[in-house]
Design a protein around this ligand. Structure first.
Ligand code: NAD
Ligand code: MG
Length: 396
């Protein structure tokens, strides 16, 4: 039995992970479940999956969960805070850790799993965006196994040769073709973009996801973060990664080789496929995903991304080229801007504007340590809050 910790169990990826795990009770055992503050959902999950540990990042929420479990499942130990998250990522009886916390909050717990030498199923792309070099160095220094869960990166992983550590050229790879649906606003008139609402932004045409990543998909910052993620995972420079709009979301990404071959991975847009792949690799297991009917898909379309419509994509490429803490600053500014948009305080088109200003406000440093990265993350959040306040007071 393989012991599994699910970080971010109550989220979209967490729920899909538990669905796949529960199809294979003879293979996997849920050891720990974690969430931020959603006590009701984690409580329910505890009763179904009976983990040894339940962690709430929020201390008050942990107290409430503890009280509820005392009556029904007193054997489950409740932990709180970052310490609790890091502890369950590193338990000896855990072999696999699903890293599915959203945003910068996922970095330290995911790193704890890496340092403890676990198989890390990485959904939390923000960890690599913030601290790619340090993160990958830690993976190499430990016996950790890093498997991408982000559907595009999982697709690329499936299309790559076994070892790309000595670079794409040595492996005969010309380019990575990172597909993107273009989100809900691919075709709406640019003049209407200013007025779109959070609910419109979260209504993704092909995928059901958490609200932050849904907004990132609508701005295409998600694809920008994924370009950065791919650079670190596959040891590639950003100019070797081509974003390809593919509205059907059936091809999840491709690898183009020197001989002209392009390998693609196809499937229904359902995260249980990459989750099951990363859990079972190098074997294959049932995921619960219905087989893809190519006759129903009928056609596959491709377009170049429109940078004028999606400035976030440009900002992400520029931050990756700039290096150092630029991508951590980009990520932090984006988290604040997206949260402000979801709160109804910032118009959609101001998201890239805020991020661009913060990138100009906060000086980029060499990302020499986690301390430096986290300090620049904090500076970028402060700068972003100021820029959001400015934008809001101008509107008032
Ligand atoms: P979500 O918002 O649905 O869930 C986030 C989870 O993180 C929840 O369990 C929440 O309790 C937890 N969390 C939030 N803030 C926290 C904090 N401060 N401390 C501890 N835990 C916290 O998000 P999601 O859509 O499941 O995405 C999770 C991650 O996976 C993100 O990094 C996202 O980019 C990535 N991802 C998601 C999808 C998808 O289809 N949803 C696809 C690819 C990658
Ligand atoms: Mg993705």
């Amino acid at each position: 039995m393989i012991g599994v910790t699910v970080l971010g169990a109550t989220g979209s990826i967490g729920v899909s992970t538990l669905d796949v795990l529960s199809r294979h009770p003879e293979r996997y055992r849920v050891v720990a479940l974690t969430a931020n503050s959603d006590v009701a959902r984690l409580y329910e999950q505890c009763l179904v999956h009976r983990p040894e540990y339940a962690v709430m990042a929020d201390a008050n929420a942990a107290q409430r969960l503890h009280e509820q479990l005392r009556a029904t499942a007193p054997e489950i130990q409740v932990l709180a805070g970052l310490e609790g998250l890091e502890a369950v990522a590193a338990l000896p009886q855990v072999a696999y850790v699903m890293a599915a916390i959203v945003g910068a909050a996922g970095l330290l717990p995911t790193l704890a799993a890496v340092r403890a030498g676990k198989r890390v199923l990485l959904a939390n792309k923000e960890a690599l965006v913030m601290a790619g070099r340090i993160f990958m160095d830690e993976v190499r220094a430990s016996s950790a196994e890093l498997l991408p869960v982000d559907s595009e990166h999982n697709a690329i992983f499936q299309c790559l040769p076994d070892d790309v550590s000595s670079g794409l050229d040595t492996a005969g790879i010309r380019r990575i073709l990172l597909t993107a649906s273009g989100g809900p606003f691919r075709n709406i008139p640019l003049s209407e973009l200013h007025h779109v609402t959070p609910n419109q932004a979260c209504a993704h045409p092909n995928w059901v996801m958490g609200r932050k990543i849904s907004v990132d998909s609508a701005t295409m910052m998600n694809k920008g973060l994924e370009v950065i993620e791919a650079c670190w995972l596959f040891n590639a420079s950003p100019d070797r990664i081509q974003v390809v709009l593919h509205p059907q979301s059936v091809i999840h990404s491709m690898v183009e080789y020197a001989d002209g071959s392009i390998l693609a991975q196809l499937g229904s847009p359902d995260m249980r496929t990459p989750i099951a792949h990363a859990l079972a690799w190098p074997q294959r297991i049932e995921s619960g995903v219905a087989p893809l009917s190519l006759f129903d898909v009928a056609r596959l379309d491709f377009e170049r991304p429109d940078i004028a419509r999606f400035p976030c994509l440009r900002l992400a490429y520029e931050a990756m080229q700039a290096g150092g803490t630029a991508t951590a600053i980009l990520n932090a500014a984006n988290e604040i801007a997206v949260a402000s948009f979801l709160d109804g305080r910032l118009p959609f088109t101001a998201i890239p504007a805020v991020i661009e200003r913060v990138l100009a406000d906060v000086p980029v440093r060499d990302a020499v340590s986690l301390e430096v990265i986290l300090a620049d993350d904090a500076l970028a959040r402060e700068a972003a809050v100021r820029r959001v306040d400015e934008a809001t007071s101008k509107r008032a």
